[in-house]
Design a protein around this ligand. Structure first.
Ligand code: HSE
Length: 438
């Protein structure tokens, strides 16, 4: 039986999970591929990992380049993360004619165009299922399962740490820092947790989803990115009262006026399936012209859920080894690389969406009329409105407004005019409201 030799770069949370899943399910994997898939080598700088994995019969080295250059290795599994060393190793592996599996969303989002071009030239595969939404096979679903469709939008909860934090804050009133610490201990968070809470990790993943959904190049630098660190508990509570949950969404839309790529806290009606995705779970909702809405749900982080996606990629590649006809290969970014669409990505000021506003207003007659007049002057309609009683001797009262859709620059002009009113104090809180399955 054919033997496929795997070299794993990085024996952290996902590397360990990958070795464990390949070993535990070896028999079924062989039944699925007709091949024996074996982790032959692994690299890690940590001496304790070298000792632990050597005991499993894996040759563990501290120099990742030794694996990339070893002629015995068929598939290099890059689980180091980050942009620099990982990129050098992946490009070197491609140069040596090796297939690559990676969970590295930062690398694919920022250097994927270059990496896929290099891979195409050497006729090797770079597979990256684990880079988006952990164990959910969403890349395969969009790239292959939805290949018949024109996809008009993708919206997802694609950062488990952020979703875990928002869920715990809402359900337990927990402190942001405590919940983040818990997520780090559970192995969900990035090495630099600001990547999770400031939306960079979600923006990496959204870049990839948008590319394979719309057939556009990877354009991480065009993603509007806003994190959850500024989400206030008052807004979580007011949103709940109005029948909404605040979720950190990645949104990609193909509209008549361009492509929208944005990551930001978003109000979702609790009637929406996405609004009910809680804890560390991820979900991605797509809209296709033929199929309509489809949604994919599962664990977006963690050792074996992410390993599930890594091993699925290894299995896919193992099936193609020694197959000479490559004409049926699925393109790396779902579309022929020479046909990628150059439609502009819209500025955030030009997006068209609904809004949640919180205004701190003096408790005086006529204040409400002043605010509604400003909105009316900007042709913005009010969908719902509540006024909270001023409490604890505070002379200000919170007014919460949900609006219908308008262009963001128009909303920002209206907010500036509201903030200029004498009866308003402080800045208006603005959050976007979406209805992603329409
Ligand atoms: N830090 C990421 C998350 C891990 O929390 O979703 C998976 O990419």
């Amino acid at each position: 039986m054919d033997l496929v030799n795997i070299g794993i770069l990085g024996l952290g949370t996902v590397g360990g999970g990958t070795a464990a899943v390949l070993s535990r399910n070896a028999e079924d994997i062989t039944r699925r591929t007709g091949k024996t898939i074996q982790v032959t080598m692994a690299a890690d700088k940590d001496p304790s990992k070298i000792e632990e994995f050597s005991q499993l019969g894996i040759k563990v080295v501290d120099d990742a380049l030794a694996i990339v250059q070893d002629p015995e290795i068929d598939i290099v599994v890059e689980l180091i993360g980050g942009y620099t060393i990982a990129k050098e190793l992946v490009l070197e592996a491609i140069k040596k004619g090796k297939h690559v599996v990676t969970a590295n969303k930062a690398l694919i989002a920022t250097s994927g165009n270059e990496i896929f071009a290099a891979a195409a030239e050497k006729n090797v595969t770079v597979a990256y299922e684990a880079s988006v939404a952990g164990g959910i096979p969403v890349i395969k679903a969009i790239r292959e399962g939805l290949a018949a469709n024109k996809i008009s939008s993708v919206a997802g909860i694609i950062n488990g740490t952020g979703n875990f934090i928002l869920t715990e804050m809402r359900d337990k009133g927990s402190d942001f820092a405590d919940v983040l610490k818990q997520a780090q201990e559970l192995g969900y968070a990035e090495a630099d947790p600001t990547f999770d809470v400031e939306g960079i990790d979600a923006a990496h993943k959204l870049t990839i989803l948008a590319s394979i959904a719309f057939g556009i190049p990877l354009q991480f630098d065009k993603v509007y990115t806003q994190g959850i660190s500024t989400v206030q508990i008052d807004d979580v509570n007011y949103a709940e009262e109005l029948g909404y949950s605040i979720k950190h969404l990645g949104i990609a839309k193909k509209t008549e006026t361009g492509i929208e790529l944005r990551v930001h806290p978003t109000l979702l009606s609790k009637k929406e399936l996405l609004a009910n995705v809680n804890g560390v779970m991820n979900a991605v909702l797509t809209l296709g012209d033929a199929v309509g809405p489809t949604m994919y749900y599962g664990a977006g982080a963690g050792s074996e859920p992410t390993a599930s996606a890594v091993v699925a990629d290894i299995i896919d590649i193992a099936r193609t080894i020694n197959v000479t006809d490559t004409t049926s290969k699925v393109p790396a970014l779902a579309f022929d690389i020479n046909t990628l669409d150059s439609t502009d990505v819209k500025s955030i000021y030009n997006i068209d969406t609904a809004y949640y506003l919180r205004v701190s207003a003096m408790d005086r007659p006529g204040v409400m009329a002043d605010i509604t007049k400003v909105l009316g002057d900007h042709d913005i309609s009010i969908e719902a409105m509540i006024q909270k009683e001023a409490t604890n001797g505070d002379s200000n009262a919170d007014i919460i407004i949900l609006t219908t859709s308008t262009i963001e620059s128009n909303m920002l002009d209206a907010i500036s005019a509201i903030e200029e009113l004498d009866t308003i104090s402080g800045e208006v809180v603005m959050l976007r409201v979406e209805n992603p399955d329409k």
